[in-house]
Design a protein. Structure first.
Lengths: 407, 130
């Protein structure tokens, strides 16, 4: 599907240019908080020394000793060291916990480590959501427009009844057709369920996602990095769980939902002026091996800086990119294709029929406008998946803003 | 030089290379036309990719010149009528009008120099076939 839309500068840009620009914006959304976090924590922990505290108990014990020492007015002796000795790592002897020094001790203080680590985790969660979005949009680049519509109040005003992004999303949720629909509704209504479900993941995922599942890093700096990475894993996981929660079940269930099949409805096509033979051909099911209409065009090629070449076939020819609804007739598929793809005008018909081609213009069909092409040209699984992305992003941002995030 | 639009409707005199199986079209026509266009562009210094089948759209051909990629879609509507749609698919900032026009002038020259193509009707604006 090709088309032109005004860029922010007002200059017309191609769909491919638009996709590239949105991809860059999303990618920067992930990098900027990450870069900001690195700078903040670099400033905070610069000059710290190694301290071996391998478990949370070590940290608590060491912190308790620090506090108790501070509370003794005349005491100048160094605080107690942790009771647990760390084993050597990679053949290198473990570093003994060094006593805090008068200047810069707070930079190695386990309490500071905990606070810095927690803050780093929250920054990481937001960055992770953006990273998840960037990863998903690598494959679903053109779906970004749907996210924009979801957040655009004018979309509801200017869209036909039931056609706004919000209406379509909620319509999709309310039409959920399997047991996943309940979860979908719950996830959209209460996004914190996404965070809670992350906790139910496997042990391996827990190590990646739960700070308490792995050892505390020896230094504040390393702990900040560890928690930042875990936070980003959490954010991306929330994104994925949320988008799968909404997109997964509906992606399976939505194909063909809400579409009246005209397979076998020869009368519809004879009423359009086709002969009975041609009408019978058009009333047959659209072949499963046929190419359908590609949302991201087949001729789309990545820029060289992204490796060049076409989109991966597993995405390009997937249900997320190919519009060919199940149960649709040939005639209806041609009509749909004509309306959503300005590059499709006519389809050749087999020999033996007196008509050599199906011709959308001769039927007086009207093609959709730009937004209509974006929406109606999108395969149902893509619509459902993009709806999930919006729900997950909203949920993760709410959680990251809460002081006691549900992680 | 008259500015050329990106799409052209024309008559073609090529064998119908549609492939069918049991009353279904499995390969849509236009490969031979795409190959003829590719030969024309190759003779003008373009690097030409192999034509690719594009289902109901027909066939697609990419030709390259000066780090630019130009896309041509060949849709054979019936025995004689054919539609060529083109686009400058180069990743770029802003318009690349000069290179696009140069490519279209080359296309025009190729079509006009081959007797198998005739009655060129360049389609401008928001056209639809009627």
């Amino acid at each position: 599907m090709a088309g032109y839309r005004p860029a922010r500068s007002g200059v017309l840009e191609t769909m491919a240019d638009f996709v590239e620009r949105r991809r860059r914006e999303v990618a920067n959304l992930g990098r900027d908080p990450e870069a900001a976090a690195h700078k903040v924590y670099g400033d905070v922990v610069r000059g710290g020394h190694d301290l071996v505290l391998r478990t949370q108990d070590d940290v608590r014990r060491f912190g308790a000793n620090l506090i108790s020492e501070r509370e003794k007015p005349q005491t100048r002796s160094p605080p107690a060291t942790p009771q647990v000795r760390a084993a050597s790592v990679n053949g290198r002897p473990p570093l003994r916990p060094s006593p805090p020094r008068a200047k810069g001790d707070w930079k190695r203080n386990p309490i500071v480590k905990g606070a810095v680590g927690g803050a780093a985790g929250r920054v990481g969660q937001v960055a992770g959501v953006a990273r998840g979005g960037a990863h998903t949009l690598e494959g679903l680049a053109q779906g970004a427009d749907f996210l924009r519509r979801l957040s655009d109040p004018m979309d509801m005003l200017f869209s036909a009844p039931g056609q706004s992004a919000n209406a379509q999303l909620w319509g999709a949720v309310s039409r959920g057709v399997d047991h996943g629909a309940d979860y979908v509704r719950q996830a959209v209504a209460d996004p914190s369920t996404v965070g809670r479900d992350v906790k139910k993941w496997t042990h391996q995922k827990r190590v990646e996602l739960d700070p308490s599942a792995g050892p505390v890093a020896p230094t504040v700096r390393e702990e900040a990095w560890r928690r930042l990475n875990i936070g980003m894993n959490q954010g991306e996981a929330a994104f994925d769980v949320g988008s799968l929660a909404v997109g997964g079940p509906l992606a399976k269930g939505m194909s063909g939902v809400g579409r009246i099949s005209n397979v076998g409805n020869v009368a519809k096509y004879t009423a359009q002026g086709f002969s009975p033979e041609v009408a019978a051909h058009l009333a047959k099911p659209y072949p499963s091996k046929a190419m359908g209409s590609h949302y991201a065009p087949r001729d789309y090629k990545l820029p060289k800086l992204l490796g060049g070449g076409p989109l991966p076939k597993r995405y390009s020819d997937s249900a997320f990119n190919v519009l060919a609804p199940k149960g649709i007739s040939r005639g209806d598929m041609y009509e749909l294709h004509y309306k959503v793809d300005p590059r499709f005008h006519a389809a050749r018909l087999p020999t033996g029929l007196e008509l050599r081609s199906w011709h959308g213009g001769r039927l007086g069909l009207e093609e959709y406008g730009h937004l209509g092409r974006l929406w109606h040209g999108a395969p149902e699984p893509l619509k459902a998946r993009v709806g999930g992305m919006g729900a997950a992003a909203g949920g993760a941002i709410q959680d990251s803003e809460a002081e006691d995030a549900v992680w | 030089v008259v500015k050329l639009p990106a799409d052209v409707k024309l008559l073609v005199d090529f064998p119908d290379d549609t492939e069918e199986d049991g009353g279904d079209i499995v390969v849509f026509p236009g490969r031979n036309i795409a190959e003829a266009l590719g030969e024309g562009f190759a003779s003008r210094g373009y690097k030409v990719d192999n034509p690719e089948h594009a289902g109901e759209h027909g066939w697609e051909l990419d030709v390259h010149l000066n780090k630019r990629r130009f896309w041509i879609q060949v849709t054979r509507i019936d025995e004689d009528d054919c539609l060529l749609q083109t686009d400058n698919k180069t990743w770029r900032i802003g318009l690349d009008e000069q290179a696009t026009q140069s490519f279209l002038q080359d296309l025009k020259a190729i079509l006009e120099s081959d007797a198998r193509f005739s009655q060129l009707e360049w389609l401008s604006g928001n056209w639809r076939l009627s």
